[in-house]
Design a binder for this molecule. Sequence first.
Ligand code: PLP
Length: 473
Amino acid sequence: MVKSGASSGNKGWSRIAPALNRMFSARPRFSTGREFVPYVKHAVARRQVLLKSAEKYGTPQYALDEDILVQRARLFRDSFRKHVKRSRFLYAFKSNDLPYMIRKLKSEGFDADVASMFELMLALKLGFRRIIFTAPVKSAEEIDFAVRNADRVVLNVDNLDEIDSIIAAVARLRPKAKVRISFRIRPEGKTGWSKFGLSAAELKRAVKKVLAQSSLVWYGVHFHSSWNSTPEAHVANIRMLGSILRSGFRQSDLFGLGFVDIGGGFLAEGSGTVFSATGKGSLLAAASAAGGSRSALLDRICVDDVDGIDVFASAICDAFRKHITLPLGRPDIELWAEPGRFISSVPTCILFKVVSVRDGKVFVDGGINLVGSASFEYEFFPVVNLSRPLLKMRRSVIYGPLCDPDDRWGNHCFGRECRKGDVLAVLHQGAYAFSTAWRWQRPVAAYVAFSGKTIRLVKHEESFSQRYAGCRF
Ligand SMILES: Cc1ncc(COP(=O)(O)O)c(C=O)c1O
Protein backbone atom coordinates (compact mmCIF):
# COMPACT_ATOMS: atom_id res chain seq x y z
CA MET A 1 0.00 0.00 0.00
CA VAL A 2 1.35 3.44 -0.95
CA LYS A 3 0.73 6.07 1.76
CA SER A 4 -0.81 9.38 0.67
CA GLY A 5 1.36 12.37 1.59
CA ALA A 6 4.17 10.03 2.61
CA SER A 7 6.71 12.81 3.08
CA SER A 8 5.59 16.07 4.63
CA GLY A 9 4.95 18.88 2.19
CA ASN A 10 5.27 16.63 -0.85
CA LYS A 11 1.99 17.55 -2.54
CA GLY A 12 2.89 15.97 -5.87
CA TRP A 13 3.42 12.60 -4.24
CA SER A 14 0.20 12.77 -2.23
CA ARG A 15 -1.71 13.36 -5.46
CA ILE A 16 -0.05 10.44 -7.23
CA ALA A 17 -0.35 7.93 -4.37
CA PRO A 18 -4.12 7.27 -4.68
CA ALA A 19 -3.71 6.74 -8.43
CA LEU A 20 -0.87 4.28 -7.80
CA ASN A 21 -2.99 2.41 -5.30
CA ARG A 22 -5.83 2.22 -7.79
CA MET A 23 -3.45 0.88 -10.43
CA PHE A 24 -1.99 -1.73 -8.10
CA SER A 25 -5.38 -2.98 -7.00
CA ALA A 26 -6.84 -3.11 -10.55
CA ARG A 27 -7.79 -6.61 -11.68
CA PRO A 28 -6.99 -7.02 -15.36
CA ARG A 29 -9.44 -9.01 -17.47
CA PHE A 30 -7.04 -11.32 -19.30
CA SER A 31 -8.11 -12.87 -22.57
CA THR A 32 -7.52 -16.47 -23.57
CA GLY A 33 -8.41 -15.40 -27.11
CA ARG A 34 -12.06 -16.51 -26.80
CA GLU A 35 -13.32 -12.91 -27.07
CA PHE A 36 -11.74 -12.56 -30.51
CA VAL A 37 -13.01 -15.82 -32.00
CA PRO A 38 -16.02 -14.23 -33.78
CA TYR A 39 -13.62 -11.97 -35.75
CA VAL A 40 -11.28 -14.87 -36.46
CA LYS A 41 -14.22 -16.97 -37.70
CA HIS A 42 -15.22 -14.14 -39.97
CA ALA A 43 -11.74 -13.99 -41.50
CA VAL A 44 -11.57 -17.76 -41.84
CA ALA A 45 -14.94 -17.70 -43.66
CA ARG A 46 -13.30 -15.34 -46.20
CA ARG A 47 -10.12 -17.35 -46.35
CA GLN A 48 -10.37 -18.41 -49.99
CA VAL A 49 -10.86 -14.88 -51.31
CA LEU A 50 -8.06 -13.52 -49.08
CA LEU A 51 -5.63 -16.26 -50.13
CA LYS A 52 -6.50 -15.64 -53.77
CA SER A 53 -5.93 -11.92 -53.32
CA ALA A 54 -2.54 -12.55 -51.69
CA GLU A 55 -1.55 -14.79 -54.59
CA LYS A 56 -2.79 -12.44 -57.30
CA TYR A 57 -1.66 -9.07 -55.93
CA GLY A 58 1.23 -10.12 -53.70
CA THR A 59 2.01 -9.40 -50.07
CA PRO A 60 2.02 -7.31 -48.01
CA GLN A 61 -1.32 -5.82 -48.98
CA TYR A 62 -4.23 -4.04 -47.33
CA ALA A 63 -7.51 -5.88 -48.03
CA LEU A 64 -10.85 -4.13 -47.59
CA ASP A 65 -14.06 -6.10 -47.08
CA GLU A 66 -16.58 -3.79 -48.78
CA ASP A 67 -19.60 -5.60 -47.36
CA ILE A 68 -18.42 -5.06 -43.79
CA LEU A 69 -17.63 -1.41 -44.53
CA VAL A 70 -21.18 -0.82 -45.74
CA GLN A 71 -22.65 -2.72 -42.77
CA ARG A 72 -20.74 -0.60 -40.28
CA ALA A 73 -21.59 2.66 -42.04
CA ARG A 74 -25.29 1.76 -41.99
CA LEU A 75 -25.15 0.57 -38.39
CA PHE A 76 -23.65 3.89 -37.30
CA ARG A 77 -26.06 6.01 -39.36
CA ASP A 78 -29.19 4.07 -38.40
CA SER A 79 -28.30 3.95 -34.68
CA PHE A 80 -28.30 7.77 -34.53
CA ARG A 81 -31.13 8.46 -37.02
CA LYS A 82 -33.42 6.23 -34.97
CA HIS A 83 -33.25 8.84 -32.19
CA VAL A 84 -32.51 12.11 -34.00
CA LYS A 85 -33.85 12.41 -37.54
CA ARG A 86 -31.88 15.57 -38.21
CA SER A 87 -28.48 13.92 -37.87
CA ARG A 88 -25.61 13.92 -40.36
CA PHE A 89 -22.45 11.87 -40.56
CA LEU A 90 -19.17 13.27 -41.82
CA TYR A 91 -16.58 10.56 -42.32
CA ALA A 92 -13.16 11.54 -40.87
CA PHE A 93 -10.77 11.20 -43.84
CA LYS A 94 -7.78 11.21 -41.50
CA SER A 95 -8.62 7.69 -40.31
CA ASN A 96 -8.30 6.26 -43.85
CA ASP A 97 -8.14 8.35 -47.00
CA LEU A 98 -8.42 5.56 -49.56
CA PRO A 99 -10.49 7.23 -52.33
CA TYR A 100 -12.30 4.03 -53.32
CA MET A 101 -13.46 3.50 -49.73
CA ILE A 102 -14.50 7.11 -49.25
CA ARG A 103 -16.57 7.01 -52.42
CA LYS A 104 -18.40 3.99 -51.04
CA LEU A 105 -19.18 5.91 -47.82
CA LYS A 106 -20.40 8.85 -49.86
CA SER A 107 -22.87 6.58 -51.60
CA GLU A 108 -24.13 5.61 -48.14
CA GLY A 109 -24.98 9.26 -47.49
CA PHE A 110 -21.86 10.27 -45.56
CA ASP A 111 -20.46 13.78 -45.81
CA ALA A 112 -16.78 14.71 -45.35
CA ASP A 113 -14.61 15.72 -42.39
CA VAL A 114 -11.19 16.88 -43.60
CA ALA A 115 -8.09 18.14 -41.83
CA SER A 116 -5.69 19.35 -44.52
CA MET A 117 -5.32 20.68 -48.05
CA PHE A 118 -4.96 17.24 -49.65
CA GLU A 119 -7.99 15.89 -47.79
CA LEU A 120 -10.01 18.93 -48.80
CA MET A 121 -8.93 18.57 -52.43
CA LEU A 122 -9.85 14.89 -52.30
CA ALA A 123 -13.31 15.63 -50.86
CA LEU A 124 -13.97 18.17 -53.62
CA LYS A 125 -12.67 15.81 -56.30
CA LEU A 126 -14.96 13.06 -55.02
CA GLY A 127 -17.90 15.45 -55.32
CA PHE A 128 -18.78 16.00 -51.65
CA ARG A 129 -21.16 18.90 -51.18
CA ARG A 130 -20.93 19.17 -47.40
CA ILE A 131 -17.41 19.28 -46.00
CA ILE A 132 -16.21 20.43 -42.59
CA PHE A 133 -12.58 21.53 -42.42
CA THR A 134 -11.05 21.18 -38.94
CA ALA A 135 -7.38 21.63 -38.07
CA PRO A 136 -5.56 23.38 -35.21
CA VAL A 137 -3.44 25.23 -37.76
CA LYS A 138 -4.67 26.13 -41.24
CA SER A 139 -2.24 27.69 -43.68
CA ALA A 140 -3.11 30.84 -45.62
CA GLU A 141 -3.30 28.69 -48.74
CA GLU A 142 -5.75 26.29 -47.06
CA ILE A 143 -7.96 29.13 -45.82
CA ASP A 144 -8.03 30.72 -49.29
CA PHE A 145 -8.94 27.40 -50.89
CA ALA A 146 -11.75 26.77 -48.36
CA VAL A 147 -13.10 30.31 -48.84
CA ARG A 148 -13.10 29.86 -52.63
CA ASN A 149 -15.23 26.75 -52.11
CA ALA A 150 -17.47 28.32 -49.48
CA ASP A 151 -20.63 26.81 -51.00
CA ARG A 152 -19.35 23.36 -50.02
CA VAL A 153 -17.00 23.92 -47.08
CA VAL A 154 -17.70 24.85 -43.45
CA LEU A 155 -14.61 26.31 -41.81
CA ASN A 156 -14.32 24.97 -38.27
CA VAL A 157 -12.35 27.67 -36.48
CA ASP A 158 -9.86 26.59 -33.88
CA ASN A 159 -8.48 29.86 -32.51
CA LEU A 160 -8.95 33.63 -32.55
CA ASP A 161 -6.08 34.34 -34.95
CA GLU A 162 -7.73 32.11 -37.52
CA ILE A 163 -10.84 34.32 -37.63
CA ASP A 164 -8.76 37.33 -38.54
CA SER A 165 -7.13 35.32 -41.34
CA ILE A 166 -10.55 34.24 -42.63
CA ILE A 167 -11.92 37.79 -42.52
CA ALA A 168 -8.89 39.00 -44.50
CA ALA A 169 -9.24 36.18 -47.04
CA VAL A 170 -12.96 36.89 -47.53
CA ALA A 171 -12.29 40.61 -48.06
CA ARG A 172 -9.68 39.74 -50.69
CA LEU A 173 -11.44 36.88 -52.48
CA ARG A 174 -15.08 38.05 -52.21
CA PRO A 175 -16.70 34.60 -52.51
CA LYS A 176 -20.25 34.48 -53.89
CA ALA A 177 -21.55 32.31 -51.00
CA LYS A 178 -21.48 33.43 -47.38
CA VAL A 179 -18.68 31.69 -45.52
CA ARG A 180 -20.09 29.32 -42.92
CA ILE A 181 -18.15 29.30 -39.69
CA SER A 182 -18.19 26.74 -36.91
CA PHE A 183 -16.18 26.88 -33.69
CA ARG A 184 -14.28 24.06 -32.12
CA ILE A 185 -14.76 24.22 -28.35
CA ARG A 186 -12.13 22.94 -25.98
CA PRO A 187 -13.79 20.58 -23.49
CA GLU A 188 -12.89 21.74 -19.99
CA GLY A 189 -12.07 18.22 -18.84
CA LYS A 190 -9.71 16.77 -16.31
CA THR A 191 -6.72 17.07 -18.59
CA GLY A 192 -6.56 20.88 -18.56
CA TRP A 193 -5.20 22.86 -21.51
CA SER A 194 -5.07 21.23 -24.91
CA LYS A 195 -3.84 22.48 -28.28
CA PHE A 196 -7.32 22.17 -29.79
CA GLY A 197 -10.13 24.69 -29.81
CA LEU A 198 -11.44 27.76 -28.05
CA SER A 199 -12.30 28.20 -24.39
CA ALA A 200 -15.82 29.38 -23.49
CA ALA A 201 -14.50 32.92 -22.96
CA GLU A 202 -12.70 32.92 -26.31
CA LEU A 203 -15.85 31.63 -28.02
CA LYS A 204 -17.71 34.81 -26.99
CA ARG A 205 -15.04 37.00 -28.53
CA ALA A 206 -14.89 34.84 -31.63
CA VAL A 207 -18.66 34.92 -32.15
CA LYS A 208 -18.69 38.70 -31.76
CA LYS A 209 -16.11 39.02 -34.54
CA VAL A 210 -18.05 36.73 -36.86
CA LEU A 211 -21.46 38.34 -36.22
CA ALA A 212 -19.95 41.71 -37.11
CA GLN A 213 -19.17 40.47 -40.66
CA SER A 214 -22.04 40.33 -43.16
CA SER A 215 -20.12 37.86 -45.33
CA LEU A 216 -19.79 35.30 -42.50
CA VAL A 217 -22.43 33.15 -40.77
CA TRP A 218 -22.05 31.47 -37.40
CA TYR A 219 -23.26 28.05 -38.47
CA GLY A 220 -22.05 25.48 -35.95
CA VAL A 221 -20.29 24.44 -32.76
CA HIS A 222 -18.00 21.46 -32.50
CA PHE A 223 -15.99 19.38 -30.05
CA HIS A 224 -14.00 16.18 -30.37
CA SER A 225 -12.70 13.77 -27.78
CA SER A 226 -10.70 10.68 -28.76
CA TRP A 227 -10.68 7.04 -27.70
CA ASN A 228 -14.05 6.63 -25.99
CA SER A 229 -15.27 3.22 -24.92
CA THR A 230 -18.43 4.72 -23.36
CA PRO A 231 -20.56 7.78 -24.27
CA GLU A 232 -19.61 9.57 -21.02
CA ALA A 233 -17.29 12.18 -22.59
CA HIS A 234 -19.67 12.98 -25.45
CA VAL A 235 -22.56 13.45 -23.01
CA ALA A 236 -20.47 15.66 -20.70
CA ASN A 237 -19.36 17.77 -23.68
CA ILE A 238 -22.92 18.21 -24.96
CA ARG A 239 -23.99 19.31 -21.46
CA MET A 240 -21.11 21.78 -21.36
CA LEU A 241 -21.97 23.14 -24.82
CA GLY A 242 -25.64 23.52 -23.92
CA SER A 243 -24.74 25.50 -20.85
CA ILE A 244 -22.37 27.78 -22.83
CA LEU A 245 -24.96 28.42 -25.54
CA ARG A 246 -27.78 29.10 -23.07
CA SER A 247 -25.91 31.36 -20.71
CA GLY A 248 -23.49 33.14 -23.03
CA PHE A 249 -25.65 34.19 -26.00
CA ARG A 250 -28.91 35.86 -26.99
CA GLN A 251 -31.43 34.02 -29.18
CA SER A 252 -30.63 36.47 -31.97
CA ASP A 253 -26.91 35.51 -31.83
CA LEU A 254 -27.91 31.88 -32.35
CA PHE A 255 -30.12 32.66 -35.34
CA GLY A 256 -27.82 31.09 -37.97
CA LEU A 257 -26.81 28.11 -35.81
CA GLY A 258 -27.45 25.02 -37.89
CA PHE A 259 -25.60 22.18 -36.15
CA VAL A 260 -23.82 20.82 -33.11
CA ASP A 261 -20.96 18.53 -34.14
CA ILE A 262 -19.91 15.93 -31.59
CA GLY A 263 -16.73 14.88 -33.47
CA GLY A 264 -15.55 11.26 -33.62
CA GLY A 265 -13.80 9.15 -31.01
CA PHE A 266 -16.08 6.08 -31.05
CA LEU A 267 -13.83 3.10 -30.38
CA ALA A 268 -14.35 0.02 -32.49
CA GLU A 269 -14.68 -3.36 -30.84
CA GLY A 270 -12.34 -6.30 -31.46
CA SER A 271 -9.04 -5.07 -30.07
CA GLY A 272 -7.20 -5.56 -26.81
CA THR A 273 -4.44 -3.99 -24.76
CA VAL A 274 -1.11 -5.64 -24.04
CA PHE A 275 -0.91 -5.97 -20.24
CA SER A 276 2.46 -4.14 -20.06
CA ALA A 277 0.71 -1.03 -21.45
CA THR A 278 -2.02 -0.94 -18.78
CA GLY A 279 -1.55 1.03 -15.55
CA LYS A 280 -0.75 -2.01 -13.42
CA GLY A 281 1.19 -3.68 -16.22
CA SER A 282 3.47 -0.69 -16.72
CA LEU A 283 4.29 -0.63 -13.00
CA LEU A 284 5.14 -4.32 -13.12
CA ALA A 285 7.12 -3.81 -16.34
CA ALA A 286 9.20 -1.10 -14.64
CA ALA A 287 9.75 -3.34 -11.62
CA SER A 288 10.73 -6.36 -13.72
CA ALA A 289 13.07 -4.23 -15.85
CA ALA A 290 14.73 -3.00 -12.64
CA GLY A 291 15.08 -6.65 -11.61
CA GLY A 292 16.69 -7.47 -14.96
CA SER A 293 14.04 -9.89 -16.20
CA ARG A 294 10.81 -9.79 -18.17
CA SER A 295 7.86 -11.90 -17.16
CA ALA A 296 5.69 -13.51 -19.88
CA LEU A 297 2.75 -12.13 -17.88
CA LEU A 298 3.53 -8.71 -19.35
CA ASP A 299 2.71 -9.95 -22.87
CA ARG A 300 -0.76 -11.20 -21.94
CA ILE A 301 -3.75 -9.57 -23.58
CA CYS A 302 -6.41 -7.63 -21.69
CA VAL A 303 -9.87 -7.37 -23.20
CA ASP A 304 -11.02 -3.85 -24.14
CA ASP A 305 -14.68 -3.40 -23.18
CA VAL A 306 -16.42 -1.07 -25.61
CA ASP A 307 -20.09 -0.06 -25.50
CA GLY A 308 -22.08 -0.87 -28.62
CA ILE A 309 -22.76 2.04 -30.97
CA ASP A 310 -26.47 1.79 -30.08
CA VAL A 311 -25.54 2.61 -26.46
CA PHE A 312 -23.50 5.62 -27.62
CA ALA A 313 -26.28 6.80 -29.93
CA SER A 314 -29.05 6.53 -27.37
CA ALA A 315 -27.14 8.40 -24.61
CA ILE A 316 -25.80 11.08 -27.00
CA CYS A 317 -29.17 11.73 -28.63
CA ASP A 318 -30.89 12.00 -25.23
CA ALA A 319 -28.28 14.53 -24.12
CA PHE A 320 -28.61 16.43 -27.40
CA ARG A 321 -32.36 16.86 -26.87
CA LYS A 322 -32.06 17.59 -23.15
CA HIS A 323 -29.24 20.14 -23.34
CA ILE A 324 -29.51 21.63 -26.83
CA THR A 325 -32.72 21.46 -28.84
CA LEU A 326 -35.29 21.55 -26.01
CA PRO A 327 -33.84 24.29 -23.79
CA LEU A 328 -32.92 26.45 -26.81
CA GLY A 329 -36.36 25.85 -28.38
CA ARG A 330 -34.53 24.94 -31.61
CA PRO A 331 -35.65 21.55 -32.99
CA ASP A 332 -34.11 22.58 -36.33
CA ILE A 333 -30.52 22.31 -35.04
CA GLU A 334 -28.85 19.24 -36.56
CA LEU A 335 -26.65 16.71 -34.79
CA TRP A 336 -23.43 16.06 -36.73
CA ALA A 337 -20.93 13.29 -35.97
CA GLU A 338 -17.50 12.59 -37.46
CA PRO A 339 -16.74 8.89 -37.06
CA GLY A 340 -13.42 7.63 -38.38
CA ARG A 341 -12.11 4.59 -36.57
CA PHE A 342 -15.53 3.02 -35.93
CA ILE A 343 -16.24 2.89 -39.64
CA SER A 344 -12.83 2.19 -41.13
CA SER A 345 -10.93 -0.04 -38.71
CA VAL A 346 -12.71 -3.43 -38.78
CA PRO A 347 -13.24 -3.85 -42.58
CA THR A 348 -9.53 -3.86 -43.53
CA CYS A 349 -6.93 -6.49 -42.72
CA ILE A 350 -3.27 -6.60 -43.73
CA LEU A 351 -2.02 -9.74 -45.45
CA PHE A 352 1.54 -11.00 -45.11
CA LYS A 353 3.56 -14.00 -46.10
CA VAL A 354 5.84 -15.85 -43.68
CA VAL A 355 9.38 -15.54 -45.02
CA SER A 356 11.24 -17.45 -42.35
CA VAL A 357 10.85 -19.09 -38.95
CA ARG A 358 13.93 -19.02 -36.75
CA ASP A 359 14.45 -19.69 -33.03
CA GLY A 360 10.69 -20.22 -32.82
CA LYS A 361 10.05 -16.65 -34.05
CA VAL A 362 8.08 -15.87 -37.20
CA PHE A 363 9.33 -13.31 -39.78
CA VAL A 364 6.86 -11.85 -42.30
CA ASP A 365 7.29 -9.70 -45.42
CA GLY A 366 5.48 -6.57 -44.13
CA GLY A 367 6.50 -4.18 -41.37
CA ILE A 368 4.93 -1.63 -39.07
CA ASN A 369 5.67 1.02 -41.72
CA LEU A 370 2.26 -0.14 -43.03
CA VAL A 371 0.56 1.20 -39.90
CA GLY A 372 2.97 4.02 -39.15
CA SER A 373 3.51 3.35 -35.46
CA ALA A 374 4.81 0.80 -32.99
CA SER A 375 1.25 0.41 -31.74
CA PHE A 376 1.51 -3.37 -31.45
CA GLU A 377 3.78 -2.81 -28.44
CA TYR A 378 0.64 -1.79 -26.55
CA GLU A 379 -2.39 -2.66 -28.71
CA PHE A 380 -3.54 -6.13 -29.65
CA PHE A 381 -5.29 -7.10 -32.86
CA PRO A 382 -5.95 -10.72 -33.79
CA VAL A 383 -3.50 -12.30 -36.25
CA VAL A 384 -4.84 -15.33 -38.17
CA ASN A 385 -2.84 -17.91 -40.06
CA LEU A 386 -5.07 -18.16 -43.13
CA SER A 387 -3.07 -21.04 -44.59
CA ARG A 388 -3.60 -23.24 -41.51
CA PRO A 389 -6.17 -21.55 -39.25
CA LEU A 390 -7.36 -22.54 -35.79
CA LEU A 391 -9.92 -20.85 -33.57
CA LYS A 392 -7.41 -21.02 -30.74
CA MET A 393 -4.86 -18.35 -29.86
CA ARG A 394 -1.32 -19.61 -29.38
CA ARG A 395 1.87 -17.77 -28.53
CA SER A 396 3.81 -16.83 -31.64
CA VAL A 397 6.07 -13.81 -31.83
CA ILE A 398 5.77 -12.20 -35.27
CA TYR A 399 8.42 -9.84 -36.59
CA GLY A 400 8.45 -7.64 -39.70
CA PRO A 401 11.39 -6.91 -42.03
CA LEU A 402 12.34 -3.39 -40.85
CA CYS A 403 15.66 -2.60 -39.22
CA ASP A 404 13.88 -1.75 -35.99
CA PRO A 405 13.42 -4.10 -33.01
CA ASP A 406 9.90 -2.68 -32.46
CA ASP A 407 8.84 -3.95 -35.89
CA ARG A 408 6.57 -6.64 -34.42
CA TRP A 409 2.94 -7.64 -34.97
CA GLY A 410 2.46 -9.06 -31.50
CA ASN A 411 3.04 -12.30 -29.68
CA HIS A 412 0.01 -14.38 -30.61
CA CYS A 413 -1.55 -16.04 -33.62
CA PHE A 414 -4.76 -17.95 -34.29
CA GLY A 415 -3.60 -21.00 -36.22
CA ARG A 416 -1.25 -23.93 -36.30
CA GLU A 417 2.47 -23.33 -36.00
CA CYS A 418 3.53 -20.94 -38.76
CA ARG A 419 5.65 -22.27 -41.62
CA LYS A 420 7.49 -20.52 -44.41
CA GLY A 421 4.99 -19.51 -47.13
CA ASP A 422 1.94 -19.29 -44.83
CA VAL A 423 -0.31 -16.26 -45.39
CA LEU A 424 -1.23 -14.35 -42.23
CA ALA A 425 -3.90 -11.70 -41.76
CA VAL A 426 -3.70 -8.97 -39.11
CA LEU A 427 -7.32 -8.02 -38.53
CA HIS A 428 -8.89 -4.58 -38.03
CA GLN A 429 -6.15 -2.50 -39.66
CA GLY A 430 -8.27 0.04 -41.56
CA ALA A 431 -7.94 3.02 -39.21
CA TYR A 432 -4.81 5.14 -38.84
CA ALA A 433 -2.76 2.59 -40.78
CA PHE A 434 -2.86 3.28 -44.53
CA SER A 435 -3.35 7.02 -43.86
CA THR A 436 -0.48 7.14 -41.35
CA ALA A 437 1.88 4.69 -43.12
CA TRP A 438 5.56 5.58 -42.98
CA ARG A 439 7.64 6.11 -46.09
CA TRP A 440 10.43 4.27 -44.29
CA GLN A 441 12.50 1.60 -46.01
CA ARG A 442 9.58 -0.06 -47.80
CA PRO A 443 6.85 0.99 -50.26
CA VAL A 444 3.28 1.74 -49.21
CA ALA A 445 1.54 -1.54 -50.01
CA ALA A 446 -1.22 -2.18 -52.53
CA TYR A 447 -4.86 -1.87 -51.40
CA VAL A 448 -7.36 -4.43 -52.57
CA ALA A 449 -11.15 -4.34 -52.08
CA PHE A 450 -13.38 -7.40 -52.20
CA SER A 451 -17.08 -8.05 -52.09
CA GLY A 452 -18.19 -11.66 -52.07
CA LYS A 453 -15.78 -13.37 -54.44
CA THR A 454 -14.96 -10.29 -56.53
CA ILE A 455 -11.55 -8.75 -55.86
CA ARG A 456 -10.40 -5.37 -57.20
CA LEU A 457 -7.03 -3.68 -56.96
CA VAL A 458 -7.97 -0.16 -55.81
CA LYS A 459 -4.46 1.20 -55.21
CA HIS A 460 -1.29 -0.31 -56.54
CA GLU A 461 1.91 -0.62 -54.55
CA GLU A 462 4.06 2.50 -54.47
CA SER A 463 6.72 2.27 -57.18
CA PHE A 464 10.35 3.42 -57.15
CA SER A 465 9.54 6.34 -59.47
CA GLN A 466 6.60 7.45 -57.29
CA ARG A 467 8.75 7.30 -54.17
CA TYR A 468 11.43 9.53 -55.65
CA ALA A 469 9.23 11.75 -57.83
CA GLY A 470 10.47 15.34 -57.71
CA CYS A 471 13.86 14.38 -56.32
CA ARG A 472 16.99 15.61 -58.05
CA PHE A 473 19.42 12.78 -58.89
C1 PLP B 1 -11.81 16.65 -35.26
C2 PLP B 1 -11.82 15.18 -35.39
N1 PLP B 1 -12.93 14.57 -35.84
C3 PLP B 1 -12.99 13.23 -36.00
C4 PLP B 1 -11.91 12.43 -35.70
C5 PLP B 1 -12.02 10.95 -35.89
O1 PLP B 1 -11.84 10.28 -34.70
P1 PLP B 1 -12.03 8.70 -34.63
O2 PLP B 1 -11.28 8.11 -35.74
O3 PLP B 1 -11.48 8.31 -33.30
O4 PLP B 1 -13.51 8.44 -34.74
C6 PLP B 1 -10.73 13.02 -35.21
C7 PLP B 1 -9.56 12.21 -34.86
O5 PLP B 1 -8.56 12.61 -34.37
C8 PLP B 1 -10.68 14.44 -35.06
O6 PLP B 1 -9.59 15.03 -34.61
